[in-house]
Design a protein around this ligand. Structure first.
Ligand code: PMP
Ligand code: GLN
Length: 385
C-alpha cells in the first residue's frame, strides 16, 4: 500500500472524539458546535431532499450556489468573483484542499507550510509528490518572521499553504503579514492556497482579511471556504474554492475526479444561507465570543493560563504556565481518561514537536458543557500539577 497513507494514524480529532465517547468525557476536543445550525437552512435542505434536485448537479456546482458564493464574498469581504469561471463547489474544505494541492503541484515541487498547520496539508502535498518546508509561528502573537519566511523559499517552491484565522492558535494573519507573504510569492512566482474556513469566526471587532484582496494576489490565490464552519454544521461538507479562471480551470479537473459533485440539496440550502444579512453572522460571532469568555474566565479562576483567541472555535491553554509539567499529548490522554475531559494537543499540528506544551479547547458548546469541561480540567490540574 502507499507508504504515505500506510504510515498515517487516524486523525487526532477522530481519536479524541472516540475516547470521549468510550469514557463518557466532556468533548472539548474536535471542533464542532454542540448545536445544529440555523433551522431555516436545515428546513431548506429537507425540502430540497423531497422536491429535488437529487440528481447530479453540474460538476462545478449549482449555478445558484456559485452565484450566492460570489454575492456573499462581494458583500461581506469586498472580493469580486465571476461565478461562472472563478468558483467551484467541493465536498467540504478538505476536498478543496486536496484538489488544490493535486491541481497545483508536480513531483519535486516544494510547498511552504506555517506551523502550527491543519493536519491534512502535509500528507496530501506529499501524496502529490511534493516536499514541505516549514516556517514556524510562535505564541502569543503567531507573527510571521520575515527572515524565516525568505529563507524557506527556493527555486523549487511552487506554493504556500496559508490558514487564517489559524487553527489551532486562534490567531489571525493580519494584513501586514499577508503582504509579506504576498511579496515573497510574487517574487518567486508561487501560488497561495488560502484556507479561510474560519473567516466568519472572528471576534472583538477584528476583521478577516482574504488573501485574494492583497495587491498582486488576485491571480495567484486559491481561496477555500466551508459552509460547515459558516453555518455551524460541520457534517455538511460543502466547500468552495475561489480562484482566477486559469487556476479554477485546472482546479476543477482535480475536483472532477475526486468527488465530481457535491450533494445538490445541501448546495441548495447553503445558497439560501449565504444570502443571510450581515447581522446573522454578527450574532453568531457574539455567541461564540460569549462562550469563549465564559470558558476563559472559569479557567483563569481555576489557575489556568490561556492564550488570546481572536478567531475560530478554539482557546489554547499553556500547560507549563498553568503549573502542569507534562507534554501536551500526555496531558490530553490523562485528561480524557482520568478526568473526563477531551482536549486536542497542539503537537498534532506540527511536523516536529513544538517548544511549548499547549492544548486546544473547543468553546462552541453550551454553558453546561463548558462548565463540566472546566470541572474536568480543574481536576486534571489538581491531579497533574
Ligand atoms: N481547514 C481547517 C483549518 C479546518 O479547521 C477544517 C475543519 N475544521 C477544515 C479545513 C475542513 O473543513 P471541512 O469540514 O469543510 O472539510
Ligand atoms: N477541523 C476540525 C478541528 O479542528 C476537525 C475536523 C476533523 O475532524 N477532521 O477540530
Amino acid at each position: 500500500m502507499n507508504p504515505i497513507y500506510a504510515s498515517l494514524s487516524d486523525t487526532i480529532f477522530d481519536g479524541m472524539s472516540a475516547l470521549a465517547r468510550e469514557t463518557g468525557a466532556v468533548n472539548l476536543g474536535q471542533g464542532f458546535p454542540e448545536w445544529d445550525g440555523p433551522e431555516d437552512i436545515r428546513r431548506r435542505a429537507a425540502d430540497a431532499v423531497m422536491r429535488g434536485p437529487n440528481q447530479y448537479p453540474p460538476m462545478r456546482g449549482l449555478p445558484h450556489l456559485r452565484e450566492a458564493v460570489a454575492e456573499h464574498y462581494a458583500r461581506l469581504q469586498g472580493v469580486a468573483l465571476d461565478w461562472k469561471t472563478e468558483i467551484t463547489i467541493t465536498s467540504g474544505a478538505t476536498e478543496a484542499l486536496a484538489a488544490a494541492l493535486l491541481a497545483v503541484l508536480s513531483p519535486g515541487d516544494e510547498v511552504i507550510l506555517f506551523e502550527p498547520m491543519y493536519d491534512s496539508y502535509l500528507p496530501m502535498l506529499r501524496r502529490a509528490g511534493a516536499t514541505a518546508r516549514f516556517v514556524r509561528l510562535y505564541p502569543p502573537d503567531w507573527r510571521v518572521d520575515p527572515a524565516a519566511l525568505a529563507a524557506a523559499f527556493t527555486l523549487k517552491t511552487r506554493a504556500v499553504v496559508l490558514n487564517t484565522p489559524l487553527n489551532p492558535s486562534a490567531s489571525l494573519i493580519g494584513a501586514e503579514d499577508l503582504a509579506l507573504i504576498a511579496a515573497q510569492c510574487i517574487k518567486h512566482n508561487c501560488i497561495v492556497i488560502s484556507d479561510e474556513v474560519w473567516e466568519h469566526c472572528v471576534f472583538d471587532g477584528m476583521r478577516h482579511t482574504p488573501m485574494l484582496s492583497i495587491p498582486g494576489m488576485r491571480d495567484r490565490t486559491i481561496k477555500i471556504g466551508s459552509a460547515g464552519k459558516i453555518f455551524s454544521m460541520t457534517g455538511w461538507k460543502v466547500g468552495f474554492a475561489c480562484a482566477a479562471p486559469a487556476l479554477t480551470e485546472v482546479f476543477a479537473k482535480a475536483h472532477q475526479f475526486i468527488t465530481f459533485t457535491t450533494p445538490p440539496m445541501l448546495q441548495e440550502a447553503v445558497a439560501f444561507g449565504l444570502a443571510k444579512p450581515a447581522a446573522h453572522f454578527d450574532e453568531m460571532r457574539q455567541n461564540l465570543a460569549r462562550a469563549r469568555d465564559r470558558l476563559a474566565t472559569a479557567l483563569h479562576h481555576e489557575g489556568f493560563v490561556t492564550l488570546p483567541a481572536a478567531g475560530t472555535y478554539f482557546l489554547g491553554v499553556d500547560l507549563a504556565a498553568s503549573g502542569i509539567p507534562l507534554i501536551d499529548t500526555d496531558f490530553a490522554v490523562r485528561a480524557v481518561k482520568e478526568c473526563g475531559v477531551a482536549t486536542i494537543p497542539f503537537s498534532a499540528f506540527y511536523n516536529r514537536a513544538p517548544e511549548r506544551a499547549l492544548v486546544r479547547l473547543c468553546f462552541a458548546k453550551s454553558d453546561a458543557t463548558l462548565d463540566r469541561g472546566v470541572e474536568g480540567l480543574a481536576k486534571a490540574r489538581r491531579l497533574l500539577a
